[in-house]
Write a protein that binds this ligand. Structure first.
Ligand code: AMP
Ligand code: MG
Length: 524
């Protein structure tokens, strides 16, 4: 296994001079050197061939002893200096001070085919940023991270990637629901891969400490390596940079709303500066379309990070980022302008996205009305988001809208309580489908063309919460076949896969209130 090493973060930015692995506040630095913990009996559960390929690792290498050792933390690659990043963040709206990579260790960066990739182990032991926790991760949450990062990538959502999922052979104590029922679980390590793991919080901590020197160095570094289109320097480059982060974040959120992904913990330390989905914790996928849904039990009261609130939270987080880099510019209007336009731009991109989900050609006013009405209807009775949009493509220009609802055909499968499709609910749907049909009849796309286009944006397969839980339950019994099966299924989420129809179903009844399916916590 030969990697083309090219470290920059730990070469170009100031390091913590203290190299003890003790928990502490770290000043005047972007990171601290750390050494991954040696696992007692590492075992490869699953690796992504396509991610391996990205960094120049072939299929044979994946099976090697070297791969097992390096990506479980047992061996440090020669000529590398692993490190944990220093960052802060707002957690659930409150400034939390220093957080940092408490259980993530950056191994190195590689360049392959002209692309830079940072490799990072999650769950490989303590760092100066571990605070009161152990630096470890359990198999349950590692399966969720490994499967979901790759599922998101194949859905076309900007995300960090996951190279490998390893068991460490160690036991880790966790209290899943924070209710005093702690138990041992299998320990695991995931190797994440991303151009960079820098978060909003990396800038925030430096600003909070008035460390202008490191803040400038970090911002210049980020622009130099990851925002190559910015050619200006100084103030101008920082403003351009902020605008670009706004755009990338906005784009990411529109994708989340398109596929029904709820991140669950959109704290500023969990927002990537590159606009990539990062930190797969208590995330969840919408089953019934519900703007108020959040999978995270820690957020059950406030529901700050509910599905429908993700765009607003993104804007709030961007405002915190603006505050952090403000001292580099010392002028508020450029930041204010960028933030002021967020809502307008978001509405525009959201409309475009919804038009694509409905297979509509542009005709703004009509489409907007149709989309608003649809969103109201989806809330009338529990309606599966994925199935509804996927099967909506079966509606044809000559579908006859009857009062019994026979026109719904395969769309009926999306309703959790089909018996509720009567009275006012049925009338609302009939009304909507009459309008929808009128619109598609006026558009130039044929039924077939519209279906092809719709199927490119409405996935057939997503990682439903219960699916991840089935993989976890089996894995806890030493059966990793569902991890592999789901991984492969989700590599082609837009394709019809006849043999996999069993995964194109509504959430089963047993999963409605089950821990891990509808209820998740940050305990991972
Ligand atoms: P999260 O909200 O899960 O992304 O994590 C918030 C902070 O807690 C980050 O600084 C993490 O590194 C840290 N953290 C989470 N879990 C652990 C753990 N098991 N050990 C050490 N630090 C952790
Ligand atoms: Mg985090």
């Amino acid at each position: 296994m030969i990697l083309n090493l090219k470290d920059t973060f730990n070469k170009e930015l100031p390091a913590d001079r203290n190299t003890d692995n003790t928990r502490r506040q770290v000043f005047d630095s972007a990171f601290s050197y750390v050494t991954p913990r040696i696992p007692s009996a590492p075992k490869l559960v699953h690796a992504s061939r396509s991610v391996a390929n990205l960094i120049g690792i072939g299929p044979k290498d994946i099976q090697s002893e070297e791969f097992l050792k390096v990506f479980s933390g047992a061996k440090i690659i020669e000529n590398t200096d692993p490190y944990a990043m220093c960052y802060g963040g707002h957690q659930f709206g409150n400034w939390a001070g220093q957080l940092g990579d408490g259980r993530a260790i950056n191994l190195t960066e590689v360049i392959h085919k002209n692309h830079r990739w940072a490799l990072q182990l999650k769950g490989a032991g303590e760092t100066p940023y571990s605070r009161t926790a152990d630096g470890l991760a359990v198999l349950r949450s590692s399966i969720r991270e490994h499967l979901c990062s790759e599922a998101m990538f194949h859905l076309g959502v900007p995300t960090t990637r996951s190279l490998s999922l390893m068991l460490t052979g160690d036991q880790v104590m966790r209290d899943i629901l924070y209710n005093g029922n702690a138990d041992y679980e299998k320990g695991a390590v995931v190797c994440r891969v991303s151009p960079s793991f820098i978060r909003f919080g990396n800038f925030q901590i430096l600003a909070a400490r008035k460390d202008l020197k490191t803040l400038t160095a970090l911002t210049d570094y980020t622009i130099r390596h990851f925002f190559p289109t910015i050619k200006s320097t100084g103030k101008e480059s920082y403003i351009e940079f902020f605008n670009e982060v706004v755009n990338r974040t906005l784009k990411m959120i529109v994708h989340w709303q398109r596929v029904g992904f709820v991140h669950g913990v959109m704290n500023t330390d969990n927002l990537s500066i590159l606009g990539l989905t990062i930190d797969y914790g208590p995330y969840g996928w919408l089953e019934g379309y519900d703007l108020d849904w959040t999978p995270n039990t820690t957020d059950r009261e406030q529901k700050r990070y509910r599905f429908g609130n993700q765009p607003r939270v993104a804007l709030w987080n961007l405002m915190q980022l603006a505050n952090a880099i403000y001292p580099l510019v010392n002028e508020a209007p450029p930041f204010q302008n960028a933030l002021d336009h967020f809502q307008e731009k978001y509405d525009e991109k959201y409309l475009e996205m919804m038009e694509s989900k409905l297979g509509l050609e542009k005709r703004e006013n009509i489409n907007q009305i149709l989309i608003n009405q649809l969103q109201e209807n989806l809330l009338l009775t529990e309606t599966d988001m994925t199935i509804f949009f996927r099967n909506l493509a079966d509606i044809k220009k000559d579908t006859k809208i009857d009062s019994e609802g026979n026109f719904l055909g395969s769309i009926k499968e999306a309703f959790y309580q089909p018996e509720e499709l009567k009275g006012k609910t049925m009338e609302a749907w009939i009304d909507w489908f009459i309008n929808y049909k009128e619109k598609i009849c006026n558009d130039s796309l044929s039924d077939g063309e519209r279906k092809v286009k719709m199927n490119e944006v409405n996935p057939k397969y997503v990682l439903r919460n219960y699916m991840a839980q089935l993989a976890i339950d089996a894995a806890n019994r030493n059966n990793y076949s569902i991890v592999k099966e789901l991984f492969e299924l989700l590599e082609n989420p837009y394709e019809e896969q006849i043999e996999n129809e069993k995964w194109f179903v509504k959430r089963p009844e047993w999963a409605k209130h089950k821990i891990g399916c509808s209820m998740l916590s940050c305990s991972s």
